[in-house]
Design a protein around this ligand. Structure first.
Ligand code: HEC
Length: 246
C-alpha cells in the first residue's frame, strides 16, 4: 500500500506543482541520449504504438539501428512492422485521405517533432491524457486541449480522471484548474513504470529529431581534449621561445 501511494505521489507530484489547463508549464523530461537501452526501448514503443498513424519520413531503419547499437537483423526482427527493407524510411500505410476521413485532421510526421515542440512538451503531452466523454475519442489532453489523437497508451497507463479545483479569478468569476488525476482503471504498468516508458519514448523522439547530435557531442569531447593538450604544447613552446629573452 505504502509503495502504491509513493508511486502515485512520484508519478503525479510534478503535475500538482504546475498544472493548469492554459499557461500550463511543462513537466521535465529526463532525457539521456547516451542511454542506449532507453533509446532501444523507446524505439520499440515508437514502432509499436505510433508508427501505425505517424510517419517518421526522415528516419531510416538502418541508420537508427546503427545509432542505437542494433544489428540490421535485430532491427528487422524487433522494430520493423511497416517496412520490408532496413534501408527504408519510416513511412505509414495510411493515406492522407484516410487520415482526414478518420481523424478529421492530418496526422503530423514525427521525425523532428522533438525539435518543434521540445522534449518537455512531448513528455507532458504523453503524460496528460485524461477521460473526457465529451470528446470524440472519449479522452482529452491537458497539454493539447481538444486533441484529435486517441489515448494510444491507455492500455499501459490505464485511464485517469481529472481532478479540478474551483476558485474565483480576479473578476470574481468561477474558474476551474486541473490539479491532479485520479486513476479510474489500472494499466498494465504502474505509474512509475509508465513514467519511465514515456521517458524512453521521448528520449527516442529527441534522438530522432537530431540523430547527428550524438555524433556532434562525441566530436565536441574530442575537440576539447585536443584543445587541452594543444594548450600545454603551446605553453611549453612559448616558454621555450622566451627563455633567452628574459
Ligand atoms: C490512431 C492514430 C494515432 C496513433 C497510433 C498515434 N497518434 Fe499521435 N496524433 C494522431 C492525430 C490524429 C494527431 C493530430 C491531433 C490534432 O491535431 O488534433 C496526433 C498528434 C500527435 C502529436 C502532436 C503533434 C503536434 O506537434 O501537433 C504528437 C506529439 C503525437 N501525436 C505523438 C504520438 C506518439 C508519441 C504516438 C505513439 C505513442 C502517437 N502519437 C500515436 C493520431 C495518432
Amino acid at each position: 500500500m505504502k509503495n502504491i501511494l509513493l508511486a502515485l505521489i512520484i508519478g503525479i507530484a510534478p503535475l500538482l506543482a504546475h498544472a493548469s489547463e492554459d499557461g500550463m508549464k511543462n513537466m521535465k523530461a529526463d532525457i539521456d541520449l547516451d542511454n542506449k537501452s532507453s533509446l532501444q526501448r523507446g524505439a520499440r514503443l515508437f514502432t509499436n504504438y505510433c508508427l501505425s498513424c505517424h510517419s517518421a519520413a526522415y528516419m531510416r531503419y538502418n541508420r537508427m539501428g546503427a545509432d542505437l547499437g542494433l544489428t540490421n537483423k535485430q532491427v528487422a526482427k524487433n522494430l520493423m512492422f511497416a517496412a520490408d527493407k532496413v534501408g527504408e524510411t519510416m513511412t505509414v500505410a495510411m493515406t492522407k485521405h484516410d487520415a482526414a476521413k478518420w481523424f478529421g485532421t492530418k496526422i503530423p510526421d514525427l521525425s523532428v517533432v522533438a525539435r518543434a515542440r521540445g522534449s518537455d512538451w512531448l513528455f507532458t503531452y504523453l503524460m496528460t491524457f485524461y477521460v473526457d466523454p465529451s470528446r470524440p475519442w472519449g479522452v482529452n489532453n491537458a497539454r493539447f486541449p481538444s486533441v484529435g489523437m486517441p489515448d494510444i497508451l491507455w492500455e499501459l497507463e490505464g485511464m485517469k480522471k481529472p481532478v479540478y479545483k474551483i476558485h474565483k479569478n480576479h473578476e470574481g468569476r468561477e474558474e476551474k484548474t486541473l490539479v491532479s488525476y485520479e486513476q479510474v482503471t489500472p494499466g498494465k504498468l504502474s505509474p512509475v513504470e509508465f513514467r519511465d516508458s514515456v521517458t524512453d519514448l521521448v528520449n527516442y523522439l529527441t534522438y530522432m529529431g537530431e540523430p547527428a547530435k550524438m555524433e556532434r557531442q562525441r566530436w565536441g569531447v574530442v575537440a576539447l581534449i585536443f584543445l587541452a593538450i594543444f594548450f600545454f604544447v603551446a605553453y611549453a613552446l612559448k616558454k621555450e621561445y622566451w627563455r633567452d629573452v628574459h
